[in-house]
Design a protein. Sequence first.
Length: 217
Amino acid sequence: MNIILLGAPGSGKGTQAENIRERLNIPVISTGAILREAAAERTESGLKAKEYMDRGELVPDEIVIGVIKERIAKPDCEAGFILDGFPRTMAQAEYIDEAGVRIDLVIDIYVSDGKITERMGGRRMCPSCGATYHLRHRPSHRGDICGRCESRLIIRNDDKPEVVLDRLKIYHSQTMPVKDFYSKKGVLKTVEGQDELSETTRLTMETLEEFIASAKK
């Protein structure tokens, strides 16, 4: 199965992608993680991507598409994959379509802008080991110190309130048409994100199981 997870920044689609990975034993391809890794390694494309990410802007299609193309060609994707954070634009969605990549299911995790702003404003990250926390939902037992390596936690640039609002504007203007694209293809399912993560997981897995059951008929 080839699956796409859609949702605004902070909607929790990455968590649900991991849950689906465990259920189907296929890899999660997260463009955000891949691009951040390239930025940390200070590759030419990674540094270019970092400039956009720090401003809360979408990384240009030509950079993202190249990364994805190389990734889905690897042997571990032969049985399927989960795309998390791609496609974000119509150009990216059309690339997948024109390349002949079959998409079986698209799950959109919907969360209101207000809730997303609250969620992302509370996120904290350790700059040393990469551990992530949330002031409300997953605080460090050491306060503003990482419980794993004792470094001081920071707010990622793209989690700052003004950047979050810009990211949401970009999402609505550029990514919303992607939903219509997959809706017309009949593969889009929407899951409404809940305050409790376990409830969102339950709804997401129910959607997945319903699709699997219908595909077997």
